[in-house]
Design a protein around this ligand. Sequence first.
Ligand code: EPZ
Length: 415
Amino acid sequence: MPGLHIQGGIPLNGEIAASGAKNAALPLLAACIMLKGTSILTNVPHLMDVFTMIKMLNSLGVRAELHKGNRVIINNTKKVRHIAPYDLVTAMRASFFVAGPLVARTGFAKVPLPGGCSIGSRPIDIHLKGFERLGVEHRIEHGFVEMKAKSLKGAVVHMDFPSVGATENVMMAASLAVGTTVIENAAREPEITDLGNFLNKAGAQITGHGTAVITIHGVPELTGTEHAVVSDRIEAGSLLLAGAITGGEVTVTNTVPEHSAPLLEKLREAGFQISVGPTWMKVDACSQFNGVDIETLPFPGFPTDMQAQMMALLTLANGTSIIKESIFENRFMHAHELMRMGAKIKLDNRHAIITGVPKLTAAEVKMTDLRAGAALILAALAAQGTTDIHGLKHLRRGYDDLPGKLRSLGARITE
Ligand code: EPZ
């Protein structure tokens, strides 16, 4: 199984540009199902999940092609099929983002139930409840969700939980509904703001995206447009932590620092010197830092996608830290691997209590999910000795050449 070989103990220094956000590119690509004509997405990250979504669009009859320079050109001129292929949906549960656009565009959608994954059961009840409010009839059989709607009607959709995917799916479907939809208790992540901006460029009439109340006045048609994918705040945060954990000075460019505000706040609280500019953020070299307490929450709270990476850092803090994972029910698998490197962590249901240790030591470890992979790489960069990390496929799914970016900061990583 391909793996990474990382020599630890080398402070990382320098400047690195973040790529476009995976979690923005995926819904943006799905939204193109509803846009007539040609769309161009730029700043698209090169990673497996994006390639899977491009395959998905082509399998539905929407021509999508990846061009050099991180551009994807989408031609949506032919009739669209409404059945999403099983193998692609199970390869990536985010494929469920095609459900809203499909039912809005064709009146039908037949999408395999997305599987759970290692971090949780990942239900879609909030998505389905939202669709129901818009007039979609749905049933689940043979592992597929079948949806049909003669026409979508605007409605008030109250989300039991501010689900990112459900907010995006309902916002997309509502864009082509007849009448006005108000999504209450909507998720506020920057990727949702980016999707709303894209849809408005295509002719949608959306306001409030990025706040807890999104209003969508349905329009009869959306047309292709051009859009740059927003910068990846999770990749940017992971790169910044690579500097922090190795005691180096790292500047991440091509970012929106305010999207990383919760992380920067916690790093300052731990004692790091953080500076930001309009599109960059920097951590100064610092050898001693303190433990901090963290609870993962919907944006603008601390992001669950940074929880594993932050845990890796806090294993080396002075003092104790408590992390509460309030979003997913099983997102501490990386703790067991970190303990094999000498970390002192106690797990108690949704809480992890981390007692800082003076050093980590290299070990043979494996990635269990995407962000756990980034956490193990961070730990390996700081550990004494050379660490072997297995499970590279998780990394390739969600990061655009993270090892290459770290090598450009001085990391000794071979694949
Ligand atoms: C998105 O997943 C991201 N994925 C996740 O990133 C991220 O961790 C998550 O949002 C939270 O920020 C993409 O954008 C492709 P949710 P999503 O719906 O939309 C429960 C990564 O590493 N829930 O906000 O699936 C759910 O079980 C990935 O890049 C329901 O109960 O997240 C979870 O506990 C991992 N019913 C919580 O809400 C539903 O219908 C948050 O899920 C939907 C969700």
